[in-house]
Design a protein around this ligand. Structure first.
Ligand code: GLN
Ligand code: ZN
Length: 758
């Protein structure tokens, strides 16, 4: 019999109960006991649900109070030095590492592979002595067994990935550290074996990245040691997010089962399997249902793939599962009462994906004919949306077609534009500006809520937004900024705001996914052709411009960011979706120009995070990103100055791409890593306008004038004063009015001081 399995279930609960409980605890409104009871109930509910959905191998220990990488690090005593005097087993220490406390800063947080999930980076030094603090999987395993009679499959991040994701040690000490970790892993596994576990899932997602022969040998050694110390417990070595580059070596590792992703990377794992076969003595856990998207699966095709796999692997050794943990998708479609049925019927979140897995497993075990009707029904649901008017907007499709093979470029070269802009705007040297948003105070958020609830009419809300714009235009003039902004008071979120105005986007009620810690995001769904029906930003921005002689910079979110922060339809290529967004933005930009806005910023903070894991795919992604940005921005008049903004500082490796965007000015986050960024410019020259953030907006601290002056002067050692802009790191929406006013006043002073010196 073929078994069904899951790799991980969303932690947050159907209505974000998890988030709410954690935040109540952090605020001190509930105690630790209450928190634990609440979370236990949620965990047991989710276990039961998976059991009822017919899953044979149910994961345990995938649950976390914050992050699974942090869990693993703490379990093996990898505690940052500044927290080592605290009780290593306490919840306080655990949360302090993740969130910081008044004496010590939190550990760094970074993106989990190519997802929107962020993990806490373990800090390990070459001298670190890992030890087993406690086996956190054991209570989870026992809980599932005692409460629901489930023999769970404990999930654990493997030692190689854990160390590869950690920082703070020298490469030469990698082997030494792995060797110290392995016996501790063995202890954990032996305890689970003794408690009656049959399978354990060891995640080694690093196997889906590009590795060296050396790394592969480390894997061989590690899993040889682990395997030799276990008797009845089966190790399932799990990879996900992409195919594995070293297929033959990976499937030969000495473990009982290998988990592979058969969804991503254009069937590369399947091709490798057909070519090299699969070891007869191993189980194959086949990731066949996409754990990253929200769409119902094409079950007919998936079943065919599984049937192919079964011709290579004995049916008792085949396991059907999602391509990765379901952590990255929302919990259930069921509660989305307000979605259009045509769309709702085409969606599958975590629970629906588990139903699909169950169905496919049944199809294998009892024959295709037993599930035929369900497969046909599902295909019908998918088709309905495919055929719908929303996906067949001829105007949009013709326009995309028109641009095929056409290279969008600005009429004049940058050097020419630079002169035109100088004459047109007549800005001083080192012009001062900001990134777009101004403080989103409680007052502003409440205003929006009143309007959404219907307590305020559209006109009331418009008046309210305009009053805020007016107040802040005056304040910006008083501060002495050279280029003003309207402040984005009308926007809730930089993607949602545009999505709500464009055709082709849908919004859900509860479809949250964890981004980091208790923070969840609710990405919009791009389900249809994207079209602009009326201008989205002109009213507010031209109102701001009407109040001042200084230029007001228009503010838009770029095509790649809108794409990367949404759930995207899959019936057409992502590139085509990006082009549709870009063409809508092109029209918006034209409308802004027609309304006398000649400086327009198109933000692309998410450009870098969409970079594929495999180097061979990166260039294509970057080329497409450049194309989309230019499609949106290059059809403008010569005097129009295009700005862009990005908020990360690993600039060096994508410097070429940034240059190719051909934006007249880029503002970029820099305050926290100033030295490194400047070094990038020593190595490569960059000629266009650039603002390296001169202060960190993530902290409430108001920087001194001299401090920012030093930043500017340091940058001017490498960059020409005629290209340098003075701005903060990012938007100011999370700061308060006083901090913002004081910080910007100091920033303007700093720019004035430096102007006198250069
Ligand atoms: N214009 C946006 C703002 O100021 C940019 C946000 C971002 O970079 N993430 O908020
Ligand atoms: Zn930013």
């Amino acid at each position: 019999m073929t078994k069904s399995s899951n790799l991980g279930y969303p932690r947050i609960g159907e209505k974000r109960e998890w988030k709410k409980a954690l935040e109540q605890y952090w605020k001190g409104n509930i105690g630790e006991q209450e928190l634990q009871t609440e979370l236990e109930n949620l965990r047991l509910y989710d276990l039961k649900k998976q059991k009822d959905l017919g899953i044979d191998l149910i994961p345990v220990g995938d649950f976390s109070l914050y992050d699974h990488v942090l869990d693993t690090a703490v379990m093996f005593g990898l505690i940052p030095e500044r927290f080592q005097h605290q009780d290593e087993k306490s919840l306080q220490t655990y949360f302090d590492i993740a969130r910081g406390n008044k004496d010590a800063v939190a550990s760094e947080m970074t993106k989990w592979f190519n997802t929107n999930y962020h993990y806490i980076v373990p800090e390990v030094s070459s001298e670190t002595e890992p030890r087993l603090v406690e086996n956190r999987l054991l209570p989870y395993f026992l809980e599932a067994k005692e409460k629901h009679g489930i023999i769970g499959k404990p999930v654990l991040l493997g030692p190689v990935s854990l160390l590869k994701l950690a920082k703070g040690y020298e490469n030469k000490d990698f082997d030494k550290l792995v060797e110290k970790l392995v016996p501790l892993y063995i202890q954990v596994l032996q305890q689970l074996e003794l408690a009656g576990a049959e399978w354990v899932q060891i995640d080694e997602p690093i196997l889906a990245t590009t590795l060296t022969e050396y790394d592969i040998n480390v894997f061989k050694k590690v899993y040889q040691s682990i395997d030799s110390k276990l008797s009845s417990l089966n190790v399932l070595l799990q990879t996900y997010f992409e195919s594995v580059d070293h297929y033959e070596e990976v499937v030969s590792l000495p473990v009982a089962g290998i988990g592979l992703d058969f969804v991503h990377d254009e069937g590369a794992n399947l091709e490798a399997l057909k070519k090299y076969g699969f070891p007869a003595d191993k189980s194959l856990a086949a990731g066949i249902i996409n754990g990253r998207n929200i769409w119902k699966d094409d079950l007919n095709t998936s079943l065919t793939v599984l049937e192919t796999l079964r011709s290579f692997v004995n049916e008792d050794r085949l396991i059907v599962q999602p391509s990765c943990s379901l952590l990255h998708v929302p919990v259930t479609v069921e509660t989305e009462y307000e979605l259009h049925p045509q769309l709702k019927n085409a969606l599958a979140f975590a629970d629906q994906k588990l139903e699909e897995i169950n169905l496919l497993t049944e199809g294998l075990n009892k024959g295709r004919q037993t599930v035929e009707k369900k497969l046909t029904d599902q295909a019908h649901c998918r088709e309905q949306l495919w055929k719908s008017a929303s996906r067949n907007n001829e105007d949009v499709q013709k326009e995309v077609e028109f641009w095929k093979g056409v290279e969008p470029t600005r009429e004049q070269h940058f050097a020419k534009r630079q002169t035109i802009h100088q004459n047109f705007f007549n800005l001083p040297l080192l012009p001062t500006t900001t990134i777009g948003s101004l403080p989103q105070t409680t007052d502003i958020r409440q205003g929006r809520l009143k309007w959404r609830r219907g307590d305020w009419s559209d006109a009331d809300y418009q008046d309210f937004v305009e009053a805020n714009i007016k107040e802040w235009v005056a304040r910006q003039e008083e501060i002495g900024l050279d280029v003003l902004i309207h402040g984005e008071f009308e926007r809730n979120d930089m993607v949602e705001f545009f999505g709500e105005k464009l055709d082709g986007f849908a919004f859900t009620r509860y479809a949250w996914v964890q981004s980091y810690g208790s923070r969840c995001v609710k990405p919009p769904i791009i389900y249809g052709d994207i079209a602009l029906t009326e201008p989205m930003t002109v009213k507010e921005i031209s109102f701001a411009q009407s109040l001042t002689e200084k230029p007001v910079k228009g503010m838009l979110t770029g095509p790649i960011t809108i794409l990367n922060w949404s759930f995207v339809r899959e019936d057409i290529s992502e590139f085509d979706v990006t082009k549709q967004i870009a063409l809508a933005l092109q029209k918006e930009i034209r409308a802004l120009e027609e309304n006398q806005i000649h400086m327009i910023q198109v933000d692309e903070p998410a450009l870098r995070e969409g970079l594929p894991l495999k180097p061979k795919k990166q260039q294509q992604y970057l080329d497409e990103a450049v194309y989309a940005f230019k499609l949106a921005t290059s059809a403008v008049k010569n005097e129009t100055q295009i700005h862009t903004h990005m908020c990360y500082s690993e600039f060096g490796e994508i410097m070429n791409t940034i240059d190719e965007l051909d934006a007249d000015v880029i503002s970029i986050e820099a305050a926290r890593s100033h030295g490194e960024l400047i070094a990038d410019f020593e190595e490569q020259s960059y000629e266009k306008g650039i603002g390296l953030g001169v202060y960190d907006i993530h902290s409430p601290r108001v920087p001194e004038v001299e401090e920012m002056e030093r930043y500017i002067l340091r940058a001017l050692k490498v960059l020409d004063p005629r290209q340098f802009w003075v701005n903060p790191d990012c938007g100011l929406k999370t700061r308060d009015v006083t901090e913002t006013t004081e910080a910007l006043t100091n920033m303007v002073k700093a720019a004035h001081h430096v102007r006198e010196k250069v």
